[in-house]
Design a protein around this ligand. Structure first.
Ligand SMILES: Nc1ncnc2c1ncn2[C@@H]1O[C@H](COP(=O)(O)OP(=O)(O)OP(=O)(O)O)[C@@H](O)[C@H]1O
Length: 270
């Protein structure tokens, strides 16, 4: 794969199991050297590089936590990061219900993840990477994470790279999307451009079925007599007019529907 990630954006990394997300993120965060090819962070090889390491925060699905108390874990995380905001870290930990004197060993799976996603935003690292960091966190805690991430990103813009399987929950955060498939970069686009690659056609079930008969259907939902069908491919203007004339609504497609369509057939792991 070959790509350049623009700074100051939130990039979503999605791909099926074994497609290479963790391998890519681990190499960017210098947890592993590149076995082939070139990886540059801010123009430099990140491996064993103190300058890029100080500006990178990598929160893995099993967060790296020293065996101590919540407060000490946060202080330790801040020691290596010039951009660390300890007041914000404490406020975020409190929002997740993490008591400062609680020991890491006594935290549940989801609470360990919550501590990981406290360190990520509080690091304010110019390159902040989350690799399925929400694992085990319940829905209210995940939504708190998304809310805090976007609010803090607004206050302190930086480059965020976030891999997730919960695409419907997180796609609103993504400014750009990368889809990996079998170790290759299948697609790298602005989220809006990606959403325009398909359409959702909604209306009375029979009219929708008639309209989509000759189109590539990638998903459908039905509620009573109303149906919403997702189709792949752009619609020409005359087809759009026809849809409106038949009382059908056209909307953008979900990133998840497109992802499933693009990776279901060819998407076997390497
Ligand atoms: N430590 C390792 N040694 C050898 N091969 C590995 C190792 N870790 C991962 N792989 C292989 O590298 C490929 C990519 O794995 P990777 O963990 O990067 O995928 P992923 O997209 O993060 O998957 P998932 O969504 O399941 O977490 C897979 O074929 C996997 O078997």
């Amino acid at each position: 794969m070959s790509c350049t990630l623009a700074g100051g954006r939130i990039h979503g990394l999605i791909g099926r199991n074994g497609s290479g997300k963790t391998s890519l993120l681990s190499t960017l965060a210098a947890y592993r050297p590149a076995s082939a090819g070139t990886v540059l962070v801010d123009g430099e090889d990140p491996f064993e590089n103190p300058r890029t390491a100080a500006g990178t925060c990598f929160i893995r699905d099993e967060p790296d936590l020293v065996p101590s108390t919540v407060d000490r874990v946060l202080r330790f995380a801040g020691r290596f990061r010039p951009t660390w905001d300890h007041t914000y870290a404490q406020a975020l930990a409190a929002r997740f219900g993490l008591s400062p004197d609680k020991r890491v060993g006594a935290l549940s799976r989801g609470m360990k993840s919550a501590l990981g996603v406290t360190i990520g935003p509080a690091s304010r690292a110019p390159l902040t990477i989350f690799d399925e960091s929400y694992l085990g966190m319940d829905a209210p805690a995940r939504y708190t994470f998304y809310e805090e991430l976007i609010a803090d990103y607004g206050r302190h813009p930086r480059t965020v790279l976030l891999s997730s399987h919960l695409i419907e929950e997180v796609d609103a955060l993504f400014e750009q999307v990368l889809i990996l498939d079998g170790g290759r970069l299948l697609l790298h686009e602005d989220t809006d451009v990606l959403r325009a690659r398909g359409q959702t056609v909604t209306g009375p079930a029979e009219a929708v079925d008639r309209f989509v008969a000759s189109l590539t259907v990638v998903g459908e939902k039905r509620l009573g007599g109303t149906k919403a069908v997702t189709v792949y491919g752009e619609l020409a203007e005359d087809r759009r007019r026809q849809a409106r004339a038949e009382g059908l609504d056209l909307g953008p497609v979900s990133v998840q529907d497109l992802f499933v369509h693009l990776t279901r057939e060819q998407g076997s792991p390497r």
